[in-house]
Design a binder for this molecule. Structure first.
Ligand SMILES: Cc1cc2nc3c(=O)[nH]c(=O)nc-3n(C[C@H](O)[C@H](O)[C@H](O)COP(=O)(O)O)c2cc1C
Length: 359
């Protein structure tokens, strides 16, 4: 038995934007008739509770909450120390202290899950794997719909077998982390146009399409491929309500936005962002600790870089359609996406030789 997904006025989902998303952004998209998402992977359990309450103060419409499923925890001591040492030069350049002991990632995954379940959002989405069976069961019992991320048909089938209510098909164009959890990332880089219809054909549950949907033309395209909703991340990065740093905003609005690449330099997990000096210089895997250690190690560098306006050391996550993002209020973005989607659909109908009144 599946839990009902919320009914939306428009088939637009704000992707959970870790490090960038805000309660204001989530609420604005929900208030505009789409599904807002609160990214909670980097939040403490107490922050999750507070931020969900903040969204509820701004909207009474459904919204979702997102976590990273916990992955490996064997502490690779030497590699962490070596990777920590490798960052000394950037800390020196930024004028921040280099701690004697490497900073370690927080171990609060189960408490994060408890905070999400207790808050009962309409949707609980996740990436990097599959929520534990007992968590999926408790979400079902609480009436929370679950949405798992797949980058291949095999991952979608595994999610469906586990009993999720919907699947987010994340194409290779997508900004930030790859959700890949079965095959190596290099073998799981399937474009949205190829991935979505294959997952739609393979599973019974609804499919949400993500990756490289830059405007309403992309929305119309993924709906035509059989997706129920279009999930956009990068298209909302420049929204007025986004928590993006000024340095990140500046790069997104400029020319380098056209050069995205996959990198493991910031977190130890493959993610798509705008190429910069940190990515270029940290391309040797021997310099990096595995996820989530590398993420904890680079946190002070990224925070200082944002404070000092140094985009060369920032994780500038963005998808391949980043140049299409516009600086507008989130509600305007949602309305524009729908207008563009309708126009695109009408063009398709005309191109297929059908009368436009057909849609
Ligand atoms: C800045 C940024 C942060 C992201 N953080 C998360 C996250 O915390 N959890 C998650 O499941 N996906 C995250 N994503 C990925 C999105 O869910 C989605 O797959 C992606 O944004 C879709 O591609 P697009 O950026 O081209 O629209 C993030 C994407 C961006 C751009």
């Amino acid at each position: 038995m599946t839990t009902k997904l919320p009914v939306l006025d428009v088939p637009i989902v704000l992707a959970p934007l870790g490090g960038v998303g805000t309660p204001e952004l989530a609420a604005a998209v929900s208030n505009a008739g789409g599904l807002g998402f609160l990214p909670c992977a980097y939040s403490t359990p107490a922050q999750i509770t507070e931020q969900i309450a903040a969204v509820r103060r701004l909207t009474d419409r459904p919204f979702g909450v997102n976590l990273f499923v916990e992955t490996q925890w064997d502490e690779p001591g030497d590699r962490v120390r070596r990777a920590h040492e490798r960052l000394r030069r950037y800390r020196n350049e930024l004028g921040i202290p280099h701690a004697a002991e490497p900073p370690l990632p927080p171990r609060h995954y189960r408490q994060q899950v408890e905070a999400v379940l207790a808050a009962r959002p309409a949707v609980f989405s996740f990436t990097f794997g599959i929520l534990e069976a007992d968590v999926l069961e408790r979400a079902r019992a609480a009436g929370i719909a679950t949405l798992g991320t797949a980058t291949t048909v095999d991952e979608a089938l595994a999610l469906e077998r586990a009993g999720v209510d919907a699947i987010c098909a994340q194409g290779a164009e997508a900004g930030a982390h790859r959700g890949t959890f079965l095959a190596p990332v290099a073998d799981s880089l399937i474009g949205t146009l190829a991935l979505v219809p294959q997952i739609v054909d393979a599973v019974q549950v609804p499919v949400v399409a993500a990756g490289g949907i830059g405007d309403g033309r992309g929305v119309a395209a993924v709906l035509a491929l059989g997706a129920m909703w279009a999930q956009l991340g990068t298209a909302f990065l420049l929204a007025d309500e986004s928590g993006i740093s000024p340095a990140y905003r500046h790069v997104l609005a400029g020319d380098p936005v056209r050069r995205t690449t996959l990198t493991t330099a910031f977190s130890g997990r493959a993610a798509r962002g705008i190429r910069n000096r940190f990515i270029e210089e940290m391309s040797n895997p021997d310099d990096l600790a595995p996820y989530p250690y590398q993420n904890a190690l680079t946190r002070d560098v990224r925070t200082a870089a944002a404070q000092q306006n140094r985009s060369e050391f920032l994780s500038l996550w963005a998808g391949q359609a980043a140049a299409l993002a516009k600086a507008e209020p989130a509600a305007t973005i949602v309305a524009r996406l729908m207008r563009e989607a309708r126009e695109a659909a009408q063009r398709s109908v005309r191109a297929a030789g059908l009368p436009v009144g057909t849609i």
